[in-house]
Design a protein around this ligand. Sequence first.
Ligand SMILES: Nc1nc2c(ncn2[C@@H]2O[C@H](COP(=O)(O)OP(=O)(O)O)[C@@H](O)[C@H]2O)c(=O)[nH]1
Ligand SMILES: [Mg+2]
Length: 227
Amino acid sequence: MNKWRDVTFYNDEPIALKIVVVGNGGVGKSSMIQRFATGIFTQEYKKTIGVDFLEKSITMGGLELRLMLWDTAGQEEFHSITRAYYRGAQGCVIVYSCSDKESFSTVDSWKHRVTNECGDIPMVLVHNKMDLDEPRQLVKKAQGEQKAKDLKIAFHCTSVMRDQGVNEVFKRLAKCNLERILSARNASATSVHSRHHHRELADTVFLADEKKFKKRKSLFSKCRILD
Ligand SMILES: Nc1nc2c(ncn2[C@@H]2O[C@H](COP(=O)(O)OP(=O)(O)O)[C@@H](O)[C@H]2O)c(=O)[nH]1
Ligand SMILES: [Mg+2]
């Protein structure tokens, strides 16, 4: 069943997009989210920080998009990621490490899991750790490209450590959504549906202006630091 539904939005209200980042443990998911959202890279993420999601605002096509980047707290190693993690996602990053063949061999099953829960949402396959020297690159870029082609999703190479290619991954997903948003705006301009009705239909989270947002923190109160 395709659970992807069209996005709609209201003028001047920032749009929040939920993006899930999946892949085997150790491929660099937390590092990638941290890098994009805060600009920081450290070898120690895995043991010290796990958050439900981090948020990063970007402006695209004159619209403010708030990307909510969902991380796991290591559950991927135990195959215990819950459906709540995937629910309502509007974009997905599937990461493998070029130094870890096993992480590449599970790409199909990650795609399958996300598609099962979210339908046909925009996805990017990411070949991470391309900074590693040749002998440690056990998965070649061409293999990743072919896999992405087979799965009919986009492909990007990154080095989170060197901050190469990371922004492009998230911008790619934002752009795919923006195209849907703009066409939804055009449709809603002529729509007879009430504003309330749209709110019920949309998957997209609409945030009130900054002042209201600060008063009503409930949406983001789930952010927490884990051991
Ligand atoms: N050399 C290299 N190491 C990386 C890169 N990205 C992440 N790492 C390291 O890989 C390890 C696992 O990263 P982490 O983000 O915890 O992986 P996760 O389990 O997928 O969240 C950490 O030691 C990171 O510092 C990268 O682009 N290059
Ligand atoms: Mg992690």
